[in-house]
Design a binder for this molecule. Structure first.
Ligand SMILES: [Zn+2]
Ligand SMILES: [Zn+2]
Length: 320
C-alpha cells in the first residue's frame, strides 16, 4: 500500500484503489498494474462521478419531495381544523337562527312551540354527537391478524389487508377506507362510517328544516332590502340560503353514499371500478351489505316460532 506521489489523492493497494476526491470515496478493484493516466481508468473515474452525481440528485429530489409532502400534509391538516371550526359555527348558526328567529315567526301554541324547541335541540345534540364521533373515533388500523395479508404498504412498511388504503393526509393505513373528509378532518373508514352516514343524514334533515322554516320570512326581507338594512333584517335570507345550499350538497352526498352502501363499495373502490368498468366484487346482497357497515339489525321483538305439522314442511323453500 502507498500514496500516489503525483496526485496526492490516491491510496492504492495491490487489489483495490481507494480515491478520496471532493469528499467522495471511490473503491476500485485492480488486477495487476494500475496506470492512472490510462483511458480506461479515466473513463471509469468519469462514470463513477456521473453515478455519484445522479445518486446525489436523486437523494436531493427525494428529500425535497418528502419535505413538500410533509408541508402539504400539515397544510391540509391545518385547513381541516379550520373547516371543523367553521362547520361547528355553521351548525350553531342554523340552530340559533331556527330557535330565535324562524320558530317565533310561526307563533305556535305554547305546548307545540315547546315540543318543536325540544325536538330541534335534540336534533342539534345528535348532529354534534355524530360529528364528534366521526372526527374522533379511529377509522380502523390494520392489526396483527392482518400479518398474513399479501399486500404491503411502503409508507407504513407494514402489511395492508384487502380494502385497506394508505391516507397521505393522515399518514397511515385505514381499514375499508372510504375517503378522507376535510370537513371532519379525519378519514372515513371501517369503524366511523356509520357515524359519518348518520351525521350526513341528520345534518341534511336539519338544514332542510331550517331552510323551510326561514323561507316564509325571505320575501319580506327581500322586498325591504336596502343598503342601509341592518344585519338582523338580512338574517332570514342568510339563514335560508345557507341552509338550502347545505341541504342540496348533503342530499347529493347522501344519495352517493347510499348507492355505495347497497353495492358494498367504498368511494375509492367505486372510482377504481368505474375506471376499470367492473362491478363491486364485495357485493353480498343489500341486507348483508348494509349490515356490514351498520352491524346486524337490532331485533325489537324475539323470534316467534310456530310448530309445523309433520309433512307440511315440504312446502317450505328453506330448511328449518
Ligand atoms: Zn400505510
Ligand atoms: Zn385521512
Amino acid at each position: 500500500m502507498g500514496v500516489c506521489s503525483r496526485h496526492d489523492l490516491c491510496i492504492f493497494s495491490s487489489h483495490h484503489l481507494h480515491i478520496s476526491l471532493l469528499g467522495c470515496d471511490f473503491k476500485m478493484s485492480l488486477d495487476g498494474h494500475l496506470d492512472v493516466h490510462s483511458p480506461e481508468f479515466l473513463a471509469s473515474l468519469s462514470l463513477s462521478f456521473k453515478n455519484l452525481k445522479v445518486s446525489k440528485v436523486k437523494q436531493r429530489s427525494s428529500k425535497s419531495k418528502i419535505l413538500r409532502t410533509e408541508s402539504s400534509r400539515s397544510g391540509q391538516r391545518a385547513c381541516g381544523r379550520v373547516l371543523v371550526i367553521l362547520m361547528n359555527m355553521f351548525i350553531v348558526f342554523q340552530a340559533d337562527g331556527f330557535l330565535r328567529f324562524s320558530l317565533p315567526w310561526f307563533a305556535l301554541q305554547p305546548h307545540v312551540n315547546l315540543a318543536a324547541k325540544m325536538a330541534s335541540v335534540w336534533l342539534f345534540v345528535l348532529i354534534e354527537f355524530f360529528y364528534a364521533c366521526t372526527s374522533l373515533v379511529d377509522p380502523g388500523r390494520p392489526g396483527r391478524k392482518d400479518i398474513a395479508s399479501n399486500r404491503w404498504c411502503n409508507d407504513c412498511t407494514a402489511p395492508k389487508p384487502d380494502r385497506c388504503h394508505h391516507c397521505s393526509t393522515c399518514s397511515r393505513c385505514v381499514l375499508r377506507m372510504d375517503h378522507h373528509c376535510i370537513f371532519t378532518n379525519s378519514c372515513v373508514g371501517l369503524r366511523n362510517q356509520p357515524y359519518f352516514l348518520m351525521f350526513v343524514f341528520l345534518t341534511m334533515l336539519g338544514a332542510g328544516l331550517a331552510a323551510l322554516a326561514a323561507a316564509p320570512q325571505v320575501p319580506a326581507a327581500v322586498l325591504s332590502f336596502s343598503f342601509a338594512s341592518t344585519l338582523r333584517s338580512l338574517h332570514p335570507i342568510a339563514l335560508c340560503l345557507s341552509a338550502a345550499i347545505a341541504f342540496v350538497m348533503l342530499w347529493n352526498l347522501l344519495l352517493a353514499q347510499m348507492h355505495l352502501l347497497i353495492r358494498n363499495e367504498t368511494t375509492i373502490e367505486s372510482l377504481k371500478n368505474w375506471a376499470d368498468r367492473c362491478n363491486s366484487s364485495f357485493d353480498q346482497g343489500v341486507r348483508e351489505n348494509i349490515a356490514e357497515v351498520f352491524g346486524p339489525p337490532i331485533k325489537l321483538l324475539p323470534d316467534i316460532l310456530f310448530d309445523i305439522l309433520d309433512g307440511l314442511d315440504q312446502f317450505l323453500s328453506y330448511d328449518l
